[in-house]
Design a protein around this ligand. Structure first.
Ligand SMILES: [Zn+2]
Length: 249
C-alpha cells in the first residue's frame, strides 16, 4: 500500500487494468524488487501524457505520490522504446506469462532485488526472440529461476524419492525427477528422458541470453514451458491463465 512521501521509481510495468472512463491501475515492479500499484489518471485519453509510461512491459522512470490506498502516478517517462517482439500476440503472451508468475510470487510490500534483474532480462530476451520455441524457453526459464530463487527448486540430480541416479520420470507434486520404482507412487509422473532432464537443469542454471540462443525443437520447448507452468501453478497455488495462453501457440 502507498505510504510515506512521494517517491521516484525505476520500474517495469507488469499489468494494467481499466479504471473508470479514462484511468488505469498499473502494477509496477520497482528496481528494488517491490510490487507497487498505482492509479494513472487520464492515461487512456488519446495523447495523454501518462500514456507512454503506462505501456505494458515497458521500463519506466515513475514519479509516485501516496494516495488513499494506492500510489498515484503523477509523472513518468519510458526508458526504452516498445520492444519489437511485444508487438505480436506470441511475444505479448510470453511477457504476460512472466508478469503473471511474478505477480503471483511476490507479496505486495516485500522487496526482492533479484526479481527485477531477472524480469528485465526476460523482457529483453522476449523482445528479441525470433520464434515461439524461444518464447517458450525464456518464459519457462524465468519461471523456474524465480521459483527456485524463492525456495521451490526441483530435485533434478537424482530421484527425489530414493536418491537413485537412474531417473526416468518427472513429477511436479513429488518435487522433481523420479526413478521407475518411485514414479508409480506419483499420480502426475510423466516419462522424461535424460535429454529433457538436462534441459530442466539448464532452465535454472543457464543464462537467459544463452537459452535464447540455444537450438531447441518445438515439442521440447513446449514441454518445458508446460512443466514450468505446472511447477509455478502448483507452488504458487495460482491459476496461470496467461501462461496457458502462451502454451496455445
Ligand atoms: Zn526412486
Amino acid at each position: 500500500m502507498a505510504r510515506g512521501p512521494a517517491r521516484r521509481a525505476e520500474a517495469l510495468v507488469l499489468d494494467r487494468t481499466k479504471l473508470g472512463e479514462t484511468d488505469l491501475i498499473i502494477t509496477l515492479l520497482a528496481r528494488e524488487g517491490e510490487l507497487l500499484k498505482a492509479v494513472a489518471k487520464g492515461a487512456r485519453r488519446p495523447g495523454a501524457r501518462l500514456s507512454a509510461p503506462t505501456e505494458l512491459y515497458g521500463r519506466v522512470d515513475a514519479l509516485l505520490a501516496p494516495g488513499k490506498s494506492l500510489w498515484i502516478l503523477t509523472d513518468g517517462r519510458r526508458l526504452v522504446p516498445p520492444a519489437r517482439r511485444t508487438d505480436d500476440m506470441a511475444g505479448l503472451s510470453a511477457a504476460a506469462a512472466v508478469s503473471e508468475v511474478v505477480r503471483a510470487s511476490l507479496p505486495e510490500g516485500e522487496a526482492d532485488p533479484f526479481v527485477y534483474a531477472l524480469v528485465l532480462r526476460a523482457f529483453e530476451e522476449i523482445a528479441l526472440a525470433g520464434d515461439v520455441e524461444h518464447l517458450d524457453l525464456v518464459s519457462a526459464a524465468t519461471a523456474m529461476k524465480l521459483l527456485s530463487h524463492l525456495g521451490w527448486q526441483p530435485g533434478l540430480d537424482a530421484c527425489v524419492g530414493c536418491g537413485s541416479r537412474e531417473t526416468t520420470h518427472a513429477s511436479v507434486s513429488a518435487g522433481g525427477l523420479l526413478c521407475d520404482g518411485c514414479a508409480g507412487e506419483a499420480e502426475d509422473a510423466e516419462s522424461v528422458d535424460a535429454r529433457r532432464a538436462a534441459w530442466l537443469r539448464s532452465l535454472i542454471e543457464a543464462r537467459l541470453a544463452d537459452l535464447a540462443a540455444a537450438p531447441v525443437d518445438g515439442p521440447t520447448a513446449a514441454w518445458l514451458a508446460s512443466f514450468a507452468r505446472n511447477w509455478a501453478a502448483y507452488h504458487l497455488d495460482a491459476r496461470l491463465r496467461a501462461f496457458d495462453f502462451l502454451l496455445s501457440f
